[in-house]
Design a protein around this ligand. Structure first.
Ligand SMILES: Cc1cc2nc3c(=O)[nH]c(=O)nc-3n(C[C@H](O)[C@H](O)[C@H](O)COP(=O)(O)OP(=O)(O)OC[C@H]3O[C@@H](n4cnc5c(N)ncnc54)[C@H](O)[C@@H]3O)c2cc1C
Ligand code: SF4
Length: 414
């Protein structure tokens, strides 16, 4: 069972709206039947479908599904025909997804926050090559008074009235564990023993549907459907989300382990496979489990992982095959590795959360509802580690919205 969060969606909603404005989210309210209420429309229109995806959209609708425009954070301005305007930063190329954008067209943290902030404020410094090795506390153990940094081969110590840790779900937990001291013998802010536990990652898979017709879509990541999020007619439990992902490129397919029948072809038609493929990203929920845990043992990092919900992804794949067939898209469905493993295993995880969950009870959570450590007055965590559960949707808008919320709480203290 996926645990409920200790704060309602209504608390987060204004921050989602703020995050959507800040990160130039393009989308269309009212299309996704599972969409929660929102106080504002998306700040930018949805990224338009190219003809083949528009056809898929129509075909899925014809069999009763509810595909929607996938919300995207992107610096794209489209003309009415869907092509980028002359001043659009993004040019709708085929490398959206796990590729760096050479034009800075992705609305990511560096483009949207870090670079503009450095340009606008003389009193902000970004230190590169800086590794925070540990946090020290004063004698009471209630206040972080030293941030130990390894930089360019040397050790430096910084202090601040308020310290915000945002190293990501794994590294934030490790930093707290490395910072054990006399007042916090099991790790900083870890009186509950919860630091590092309840680690969650999505169960993910990339499926490439190879079809008789060519797919000339360039920018493919524009459609998703959530019809099986809470279950299906033949499976009563939640399954997850299906979304399109970036177009397959021939060198990627060439670099992957393909089924035997393809290996035997004298000249593998990678270009042809890429041209005839349509690529789907499937995502199912991972449930929190106290023994899914990152920790140090004998000076080494250990990550224990027990499968919590393996059936969901399996059934989601089955449903995708079924609906593509019903929608009249004959296909061979291959598992793709994209930039990760096939069924995307631990080493390819992109979405991870948990490890320092927030809550009202210091015995069972690491952070209070403001994401301040229960046991350390001036220490906040503002990354994915606070999640009590991860759902099956992409996590980053929630991480951003929560960071904006935490920033408001900190501002009230200053
Ligand atoms: C290829 C790829 C594609 C993705 N696509 C999507 C997507 O489409 N939608 C979506 O919602 N999410 C996506 N994600 C996931 C998204 O990137 C993460 O959910 C998000 O970045 C997590 O934010 P965070 O603040 O928790 O941690 P991070 O963004 O990982 O930030 C942690 C930062 O802390 C730094 N750090 C760590 N330890 C230390 C230390 N000891 N000292 C100093 N600095 C440290 C790291 O270098 C890093 O800069 C994708 C991820 C990947 C890898
Ligand atoms: S990489 Fe992505 S953001 Fe950059 S131009 Fe291409 S589609 Fe646009």
């Amino acid at each position: 069972m996926s645990p409920a969060w200790p704060l309602d969606y209504a608390v987060f909603e204004p921050y989602y709206a703020q995050a959507e404005r800040l990160f130039h989210v393009h989308g269309q309210r009212g299309e996704d039947p599972l969409e929660p209420w929102a106080s504002t429309p998306y700040p930018h229109p949805p990224v338009s479908h190219e003809p083949r995806i528009a056809q898929l959209d129509a075909d899925l609708r014809a069999i009763g599904l509810h595909p929607f425009h996938l919300p995207l954070g992107i610096l794209l301005d489209e003309k009415p025909d869907g092509t980028p305007t002359p001043t659009s930063v993004c040019m709708r190329c085929s490398f959206f997804d796990g590729f760096p954008c050479l034009l800075n067209g992705k609305a990511d943290a560096q483009v949207i926050c870090v670079d503009p902030m450095l340009a606008a404020h003389d009193n902000v410094t970004l230190m590169t090559n800086a590794y925070v090795s540990r946090l020290g506390t004063d004698a009471s153990g209630r206040r972080v008074d030293a941030v130990h940094v390894t930089r360019n081969g040397g050790e430096e110590i910084y202090s601040a009235d308020i310290v915000v840790v945002a190293c990501g779900a794994l590294s934030s937990a490790l930093l707290l564990l490395r910072s054990a001291n006399d007042q916090h013998p099991d790790g900083l802010a870890n009186g509950s023993g919860q630091v590092g536990r309840n680690y969650m990652r999505h169960h993910m898979s990339v499926l490439m549907a190879v079809m008789p017709q060519a797919n000339d879509t360039v920018f493919q990541k524009t459609l998703a459907f959530s019809d099986f999020y809470f279950g299906a007619d033949d499976w009563p439990h939640p399954l997850g989300l299906v979304q399109m992902c970036a177009t397959s490129h021939a060198p990627q397919i060439r670099g992957e382990v393909l089924p035997e029948w393809l290996e035997w072809l004298p000249r593998m038609p990678f270009e042809q496979i890429a041209r005839h493929s349509m690529d789907f990203w499937l995502q199912a929920e991972d449930l929190p489990h106290p023994d899914n845990r990152i920790y140090y043992k004998d000076g080494m990092v250990h990550l224990d992982q027990h499968e919590t919900n393996p059936q969901a992804l399996h059934h989601l794949k089955r449903k995708l095959k079924q609906v593509l067939t019903e929608a009249g898209h004959p296909h061979v469905l291959l598992e793709r590795s994209l930039y990760f493993g096939k069924d995307i295993l631990l080493d390819g995880t992109a979405h991870q959360a948990g490890t320092a969950r927030f809550g009202t009870d210091p015995a069972t959570s690491v952070l209070d509802l403001d994401c301040r450590a229960h046991e350390v007055d001036n220490l906040y965590l503002a990354d994915a580690s606070f999640f009590p559960s991860i759902g099956a949707v992409n996590p980053t808008l929630t991480i951003i919205a929560n960071a904006l919320r935490v920033a408001d709480r900190i501002r009230e203290r200053l």
